[in-house]
Design a protein around this ligand. Structure first.
Ligand code: C2E
Ligand code: CA
Ligand code: CA
Length: 863
């Protein structure tokens, strides 16, 4: 425990000296230093003792040489490219060595080294080491020389060549030892390894200087040996001059070296500065070049003349070139398809003339293998930082994929997916274009064919839709194969096709072509393994008729096609002047009818319905009448179909319903005996299909306060045959409301009577054609009889219409037909006439008479 509190042992004098003199010396370096200093010191003591023993006459020489050596130590010459200095005094040291032995040289060397180190270093470690190390080195080298010369020759009589050689060797040895001794201090201090190569590179030049000094010294000593000391005295100025020359040469060298180095440094600084400047200046340029080179978008710098100055990798990639250099110096236009070169040129020129800042265009390009590709180009002026002349920068993007997709979409939009033919929309465009061309050049007349297959529905329904598709594909191919390449075949929808036939204005040529096409289409088609024969109805019209809109022309071709169908199908009809007037009349009528219905100006006539047995008026059938201001009365057989086609029939039916119900309601009020007057109103197929059938009828009944039980809707048998499933809920709702249904024109569409058991039908109206043909035992009479008994069986009342004669009336009465209507009984009556009839009936009844066709009502039928 005592030991712990003990203060550390006081450092000895040596440690303190060490800390002051050599704080940076480690143990090895310290030991080495002391060892070398001790050895060097010993050499000096020995040398001093030996010199002391020399004869007195030698002493001045010795002193002079040492003094000269020490003096020269004041004028060190830096060795160019080295940190070391050469001291001219070495010559005198070597001279002393050769003339007076090692000890004299040792003392001179130590003196010279002391002066040298004293000047160059402030540290005593260096000031002590330098002379002692030199002394040791000289001592070793000198004794080595003496030993060598002693072996080679005896005493001072050695050959001159040998002396020169040995002197040089000693100089090198001295130099080597001295520098190694000093270097070792540093390597030990730094704990580094001693490297011979490093050593030579830093001290090599000093060694050469030493060698040179030794040679001079050897020559001088030889001369002295041969010619005495006088020579040395004479040579001394020469030597001094020589040394001075060397000194100044070296100084000059050093100065030059300094200049060279400072120049180099200046140049380096300049270069660095320039580099910094360039780095700063070209930052944007480099950024641009980086962006240019590595951009994913294709880019080229193009001269205003259109030549590619530089292209980037992306552009080379787009165009299929291996390297961008392959594009340089080419005119840019060679990359662009010929058709687009003009627009490219125009864009370049506009930018070059500064008419525009930039231009964008889409062009077809050609890649390295001349394959076309779509590219979007964005061109603008570009001022390259390192060039005075501006150029164009062109950005190139491959838009082939987009263009392809657009083309596909276009195709889908304008072509029929099934047959690949132009669709209706596209055909309209083509047609209006053709019409436009015709207007400019009447020579360019063309024909338009509308084509509809006669049995497509049958094929589609019986063989399935895929067979129907197959059929359409095959016939479309046949039509196309048969037409000239300039003709345009289009599918308008379903089984409707249209063909635009260029340069055809001749009815005969068109008919001829249609006939040949007809023949081609008549050839059986193999569809799903089944041979199918087909035919088409065609309608043709000509641009020479002066069309302005494609729809007009198509409509006329369609009309002609319907004429062909009406004429017996599988034929072609031309749209001629007669058809033209027919169509235009019809169009005119349609417009007029629309107006009349809108104004509610359609008239209604009422044809009475009678009980055949007693001749009582049971009610009226409302029939529409239209008297055209110019054309006079137009029969319903003409205007009802027009109303259906023009979409006016629903309005017409509503008008009839409301007006007739209101009229009947008014008549019912005339007399209690008329309260049960019935009303029959005709309905069309469109009415039945109408989604609001029930609401419309119910609304009319409500509006007129007409009893639903007194209303009967007449539906033709053909309407029922086309399918009434969709209308069933409405029919049943009406039935529940009390509205009755009658089958009009019964017997004309009798392919199936199944609807009689499924539909809530109240009465059958025997078609007037059967009544007309009734004679005793005739076929029609049998049909009427069958219908009457059918009605009886099914519990439905039977009405005979078109009764024109007493005989017909009689037969019907005999058959037991319940009700009848016809010219023989009463023509359809105007409202006022009908009212007059009713008033007469009421008056008659007041006279206890029943009004009937048997009892004086007949005159009413002759109005
Ligand atoms: P329909 O329903 O069979 O009407 C009876 C047609 O026979 C009426 O012709 C009538 O004038 C006519 N007629 C009556 N008695 C005789 C006769 O003894 N001999 C002959 N030969 N004919 C007789 P109308 O008025 O020309 O009507 C023709 C067709 O037009 C009607 O046939 C009906 O289907 C339709 N129609 C008439 N008005 C309307 C209406 O308001 N709406 C609808 N949807 N169709 C109507
Ligand atoms: Ca009717
Ligand atoms: Ca009828």
């Amino acid at each position: 425990m005592e030991a712990q509190n003990n203060p550390p042992a006081k450092p000895g004098i040596l440690q303190r000296l060490h800390a002051v003199l050599m704080p940076d010396y480690n143990r090895t370096a310290t030991v080495y230093w002391w060892l070398m200093v001790a050895l060097g010191g010993a050499c000096l003591v020995y040398a001093g003792w030996e010199v002391h023993a020399l004869p007195l006459s030698v002493l001045p020489q010795l002193l002079a040489g040492t003094a000269l050596a020490v003096l020269a130590g004041f004028f060190p010459v830096r060795i160019p490219g080295s940190k070391n200095s050469f001291v001219a005094g070495e010559v005198f040291i070597f001279l002393l060595l050769l003339m007076h032995g090692t000890s004299a040289a040792t003392l001179a060397a130590a003196g010279e080294a002391f002066i040298g180190s004293y000047r160059s270093s402030k540290r005593w470690t260096s000031r002590i080491a330098s002379p002692t190390f030199s002394a040791l080195a000289m001592s070793l080298a000198g004794h080595l020389m003496e030993a060598t010369l002693g072996v080679v020759g005896s005493g001072g009589t050695a050959e001159a060549g040998v002396v020169l050689l040995v002197a040089s060797a000693v100089a090198v040895a001295y130099w080597l030892l001295n520098t190694v001794f000093i270097s070792l201090v540093i390597t030990f201090k730094r704990n580094e390894r001693f490297r011979v190569q490093d050593h030579l590179s830093s001290f090599g030049s000093v060694g050469i200087a030493y060698g040179g000094s030794a040679l001079i010294a050897a020559l001088l000593s030889l001369t002295v040996q041969q010619s005495g000391m006088g020579v040395l005295l004479g040579a001394l100025p020469v030597v001094a001059m020589l040394l001075t020359t060397i000194h100044y040469f070296m100084r000059q060298q050093e100065a030059q070296e300094t200049v060279r180095r400072s120049r180099m440094e200046a140049a380096e600084r300049e270069a660095q500065q320039a580099a910094r400047h360039v780095a700063a200046l070209s930052d944007s340029e480099r950024r641009f070049h980086n962006a240019f080179t590595h951009a994913s978008i294709g880019m080229a710098l193009v001269s205003f003349e259109g030549r590619i100055l530089q292209a980037n990798t992306a552009l080379a990639g787009i165009l299929g070139y291996e390297r961008p250099d392959g594009l340089a110096q080419q005119p840019f236009s060679t990359l662009v398809a010929e058709d687009d070169r003009a627009s490219l040129q125009a864009s370049f020129e506009q930018i070059a003339s500064r008419a525009v800042d930039k231009a964008s265009l889409e062009v077809r390009c050609l890649d390295s293998s001349h394959a076309p590709l779509w590219a979007s180009l964005n061109c603008a002026v570009f001022n390259e930082p390192d060039s005075e002349t501006p150029c164009l920068i062109v950005q190139v993007q491959d838009i082939s994929a987009r263009r392809h997709a657009e083309a596909q979409l276009n195709h889908i939009a304008f072509h029929d997916g099934l047959t690949g033919l132009p669709n209706r929309g596209r055909f309209y465009t083509i047609l209006s274009h053709a019409l436009h061309t015709t207007k400019e050049d009447p020579e360019q007349h063309f024909a338009l064919m509308f084509l509809d297959f006669d049995r497509f529905k049958l094929i589609n329904d019986s063989m399935g839709h895929s067979a129907g598709d197959e059929f359409l594909i095959q016939v479309s191919r046949r039509i196309q194969d048969h037409m000239r390449p300039s003709d345009v075949v289009a599918r308008l929808g379903g089984d409707e096709f249209a063909v635009l036939m260029h340069r055809m204005d001749d009815a005969k040529a068109a008919t001829h072509l249609a006939e040949r096409l007809q023949q081609v289409l008549r050839q059986p088609l193999l569809i799903s393994g089944v041979a199918v024969t087909t035919s088409a109805s065609m309608g043709v019209t000509f641009s020479s008729l002066g069309y302005t809109a494609p729809e007009e022309m198509l409509r006329d071709a369609d009309t002609a096609m319907y004429r062909a169908k009406a004429n017996g199908k599988a034929r072609c009809a031309l749209f001629d002047a007669a058809l033209h007037t027919e169509v235009s009349n019809r169009l005119q009528l349609e417009n007029d009818l629309r107006e009349v219905i809108a104004k509610g100006e359609l008239e209604i006539v009422y044809q009475p319905l009678f009980h055949i047995r007693d001749g009582h008026v049971r009610g009226f059938e409302a029939l529409s009448r239209w008297t055209h201001p110019v054309r006079g009365p137009i029969p319903p057989s003409t205007f009802i179909p027009i109303a259906e086609e023009a979409g006016l029939i629903v309005e017409l039916s509503d008008l009839m319903l409301v007006r007739a119900c209101a009229q009947l309601r008014q008549w019912q009020e005339l007399d209690p005996s008329l309260h049960h007057l019935k009303l029959q109103v005709n309905m069309s197929a469109t009415d039945l299909a109408h989604s609001e059938l029930f609401e419309r009828v119910a609304r009319a009944l409500r509006a007129t306060h007409f009893s639903p039980h007194l209303l009967t809707l007449e539906l033709t048998e053909s309407i029922l045959m086309t399918g009434v499933e969709a209308a069933l809920p409405a029919i049943e709702a009406l039935r529940r409301l009390g509205v009755a249904l009658a089958i009009d024109d019964f017997g004309t569409g009798y392919s199936s009577l199944s609807y009689l058991s499924t539909l809530p039908i109240d009465s059958l109206k025997i078609d007037r054609s059967f009544v007309h043909g009734m004679r005793m035992g005739s076929k029609d009479a049998e049909i009427v009889r069958a219908i009457v008994s059918l009605g009886a069986t099914l519990g439905k009342s039977v009405v005979a219409e078109g009764i024109e004669t007493v005989s017909q009336l009689g037969q019907l009465r005999d058959l037991g037909c319940e009700q009848g209507q016809g010219f023989h009984l009463s023509h359809p009556l105007k409202a006022s006439e009908a009212q007059a009839l009713l008033e007469a009936i009421v008056a008659e009844r007041r006279h206890q008479h029943h009004p009937s066709f048997d009892t004086g009502m007949m005159p009413l039928t002759h109005h």
